[in-house]
Ligand binder design. Sequence first.
Ligand code: HEC
Length: 149
Amino acid sequence: MARLGFATALLLGGLASSRPGAALEPYAVVGDAIPKALGAHAGDVARGQAILRDRERGNCLICHQGADPVEPFQGAIGPSLAGIGARLDAGQIRLRLVDASRLNPETVMPPYYRSEGLQDVAPAYRGKPALSEQEIEDVVAYLASLKTF
Ligand code: HEC
């Protein structure tokens, strides 16, 4: 599907801005969630919103609508994230960001905290996750705060 190819190309372009490589934090999956936060610091709602909007980092809006009231050009490849914090808890949101393919191996949602088994990653970015632990926690904090709209 041409639209998906375009989305993937934009997304991989965005990986360029992720931090330099570092070992991934280990995490434990319990059911359909990662209950414990990654890293040592709590997520920040405002930073999480900025990452979600950022076309070079999260680039979430290329596939999702409903999580941002103002940004134009929100896609509909993935489900709406409106009220996501009322449907999923923080741990469930965390697993979907870290590696949604653990729940649906066919998903087109990129794994944001995985550095292996990725395809079409430019050599300079191999071995690095798309988002850092802190960035994952920031996005989790933002999405968990979306209880109503
Ligand atoms: C290339 C498209 C794409 C991008 C980019 C993308 N997603 Fe997704 N996302 C999906 C799809 C498709 C699903 C549905 C899961 C499945 O395929 O089983 C999904 C599922 C989700 C879910 C679970 C929703 C639910 O109702 O269960 C969350 C939360 C989510 N995405 C958040 C994000 C965030 C935050 C970002 C950016 C950091 C992002 N997604 C980037 C395509 C995308």
